[in-house]
Design a protein around this ligand. Structure first.
Ligand code: ADP
Ligand code: MG
Length: 279
């Protein structure tokens, strides 16, 4: 596909010009091969050329799993969230803020994007407290208290693209793990992002018949989480879409990060791609 012509010929080009879009790039989308980081980076470069201002938040689930396994640290998940011990947190911070963050930023730079490597700890970007839950003691999992959007605005203003590792800063400066979907949604809300894209390794939200649902209301989403049709890692994704919309994001879309040009297709073609979540 000629991406440049897709954008140039789109009637929507002026609608998106100058707008901030937040993209959550899943650890799975990165690990699964498919089109991989290079294709993702090329699309982000095309957005920057169209005068759109992307903000990237990434995950790292598979990479964290591999690193924890190498350290012989077991992980337990409760409702799609990883229970995080102090030892696990040290490994997670290295993988997210070091390896994965650097890998994505490098791919972006190779595509000509001015990537700025940061985490939620940078200038207190994402302030958290320990997550309290009736379901489990999640350990070093943070609940977001505040997103310092000015930190991001300063980076965006000078034409750079923030690449954010989802590690928050807690009381006393401690590092806390934050689900990357949740972090991205909070950032999308705090920036009043024009669009919030959650890239993953499935086509979008699938129904009980395993077919893609192209539009999902909050009420239907809640019913599907209650009956288990939406499960595992898809739960924080859908919940975060609803939060981001309530907090001021323009629209939220869950879509396949392995399909080339999916973000561009969503922005610049009439039918979009993936699952559009309605507040
Ligand atoms: P990511 O790294 O992108 O956050 P996750 O593995 O955390 O990926 O979440 C996506 C996964 O959620 C899918 O690969 C799928 O296994 C699971 N999932 C559970 N319910 C659904 C559903 N209804 N539709 C799509 N995926 C679902
Ligand atoms: Mg996930």
């Amino acid at each position: 596909m000629d991406v440049r012509n897709l954008i140039i010929n789109s009637a929507d080009r002026e609608i998106h010009r100058g707008k901030v879009i937040v993209v959550k790039y899943g650890g799975n989308a990165l690990a699964d091969g498919g089109n991989g980081a290079a294709s993702f980076a090329a699309d982000i470069a095309a957005l920057v050329q169209a005068d759109i201002k992307p903000v990237i938040v990434h995950g790292g689930g598979p990479q964290i799993d591999a690193a924890l396994k190498a350290e012989k640290i077991e992980s337990e998940f409760v409702r799609g969230l990883r229970v995080t011990t102090a030892a696990a947190m040290a490994v997670i911070e290295k993988v997210l803020c070091g390896d994965v963050n650097g890998e994505i930023a490098t791919a972006l730079r190779l595509a000509g994007v001015k990537a700025e490597e940061i985490s939620g700890k940078t200038e207190n970007l994402i302030q958290v407290k320990k997550l309290q839950s009736r379901n489990a003691d999640y350990g070093y999992v943070g609940e977001i208290q505040h997103v310092n959007a000015d930190v991001l605005r300063r980076i965006i203003e000078v034409g750079q693209v923030p690449v954010i590792a989802p590690v928050g800063i807690g009381p006393g400066g401690a590092s806390f793990n934050i689900n990357a979907d949740t972090a991205a949604g909070a950032i999308a809300g705090a920036l009043n992002a024009h669009r919030f894209f959650l890239l993953t390794n499935v086509a979008g939200v699938l129904g009980a018949d395993k077919k893609l649902i192209s539009e999902l209301s909050a009420a239907v989403a809640r019913a599907m989480m209650a009956d288990g049709t939406i499960a595992g890692g898809m739960i924080p994704k859908v919940e975060t879409c609803l939060h981001a919309l309530a907090a001021g994001a323009g629209a939220a879309v869950i879509l396949d990060g392995r399909t080339a040009h999916n973000i561009l297709l969503d922005l610049f073609t009439p039918n979009g791609s993936g699952t559009l979540v309605r507040g």
